[in-house]
Design a protein around this ligand. Structure first.
Ligand SMILES: NC(=O)C1=CN([C@@H]2O[C@H](COP(=O)(O)OP(=O)(O)OC[C@H]3O[C@@H](n4cnc5c(N)ncnc54)[C@H](OP(=O)(O)O)[C@@H]3O)[C@@H](O)[C@H]2O)C=CC1
Ligand SMILES: Nc1nc(=O)c2c([nH]1)NC[C@@H]1CN(c3ccc(C(=O)N[C@@H](CCC(=O)O)C(=O)O)cc3)C=[N+]21
Length: 300
């Protein structure tokens, strides 16, 4: 491995430290404590783990955490009623509805019911539109975390060729918007892209958000490029014992880290930054709702 490792775990801890300092100040000077409500519908074990770890970190930075666990059979009307109540709750500054939702619930309808000012995921159409037109928005956590790491590594991103693999509403598209906002020349690749390896070879920055284990190969990477691996894939790991598994990204780390200039690992890369940015967004939402000065370096 010759690439510099971009340590998301360390970076995320520094973001959370910054958030904690601002939260302490808000509490002391203004008597306001930011609050994050997380809504989980159903009992997907992986989602439960994430929700628990989000709650723990929310409390660690001094914020209030409100967890709402609803059964998998919850009706759309009941979920919308909860969102209405959270929209009206003065102690709640951020609302996150864990995705994916069970199939009988209309995801777009539910997300768009959240008060855009409390939409710390940045998924509401109003925030999507604001981001797309370069106006102040709530920015999706995963792309924001990627952008922070890229800015930290490169300084300016202006003029660099960026290739985003994946065009989902939660990662690929907002990532492309943020890179464009920083004056990259952006290509969005997806499952219909012709000759993906050749497209990726032009990139100074590669962001992989595909959902396929070890998909991006080292010989697709331009020597010296920066590789951000968003993928979270659980694969069998018989070498760790029968029935065991491990997490890998969308990038074949072994081959890519020999060619890239810098690379994020999985685990310990984008994942921890996503949660840190969720806390940063909750703080930002709280400051905006009260008309307080926004902390610097925690938004796009
Ligand atoms: N670290 C974190 O915090 C987070 C990690 N993730 C992880 O990131 C990954 C992507 O998530 P998400 O965006 O939600 O996934 P989606 O499944 O919504 O999107 C995947 C994208 O990859 C594209 N794709 C699929 N196969 C290929 C292929 N063979 N060649 C090129 N493109 C392909 C799809 O193209 P098409 O549109 O044509 O189908 C699609 O646009 C997952 O591993 C997920 O677990 C997600 C959120 C947060
Ligand atoms: N409304 C909504 N917003 C989200 O942001 C959202 C969501 N729904 N649904 C699921 C995805 C996935 N996601 C992750 C967050 C942190 C890690 C993370 O911290 N991963 C650790 C590893 C954790 C482990 O060991 O399992 C790491 O990469 O180091 C991963 C994935 C947020 N998501």
């Amino acid at each position: 491995m010759s690439a510099t490792l971009i340590d998301g775990k360390v970076f995320a801890a520094s973001v959370r430290d910054k958030v904690a300092i601002h939260v302490a100040r808000l509490k002391e000077a203004m008597g306001v404590t930011p609050g994050l409500a997380v809504v989980l519908v159903g009992d997907d074990p992986a989602s439960e783990v994430y929700v628990r770890s989000k709650g723990k970190m929310t409390v660690e930075v001094g914020m209030n955490s409100y967890e709402h666990k609803l059964s998998a059979e919850t009706s759309e009307a009941d979920l919308l009623a909860l969102i209405e109540a959270l929209n009206a709750d003065k102690d709640v500054h951020g609302i996150l509805v864990q995705l994916p939702l069970p199939g009988h619930l209309n995801e777009a309808l539910v997300i768009n019911a959240i008060d855009p000012a409390k939409d710390v995921d940045g998924f509401h159409i109003s925030n999507v539109g604001l981001l797309g037109t370069g106006q102040k928005a709530m920015v999706p956590c995963t792309p924001l975390g990627c952008l922070m790491m890229l800015r930290d590594h490169h300084g300016s991103l202006s003029g660099l060729n960026a290739v985003v693999i994946g065009r989902s509403n939660i990662v690929g598209k907002p990532m492309a918007q943020l890179l464009l906002g920083d004056s990259c020349t952006v290509t969005i690749a997806h499952s219909r892209t012709k000759d993906l390896p050749e497209v990726v070879r032009r990139a100074d920055i590669v962001v992989a958000a595909v959902g396929r284990a070890n998909f991006v190969q080292g010989d697709w990477i331009k020597p010296g490029a920066t590789v951000i691996d968003v993928g979270i894939n659980r694969i069998p790991a018989p070498e760790k014992g029968e029935g065991k598994s491990r997490l890998v990204g969308d990038v074949d780390f072994a081959s890519a880290s020999d060619v890239a200039g810098a690379i994020t690992p999985v685990p310990g890369g984008v994942g921890p930054m996503t949660i840190a940015c969720l806390l940063a967004n909750t703080l930002t939402a709280c400051c905006r709702s009260h008309g307080f000065a926004e902390p610097e370096g925690l938004t796009a």
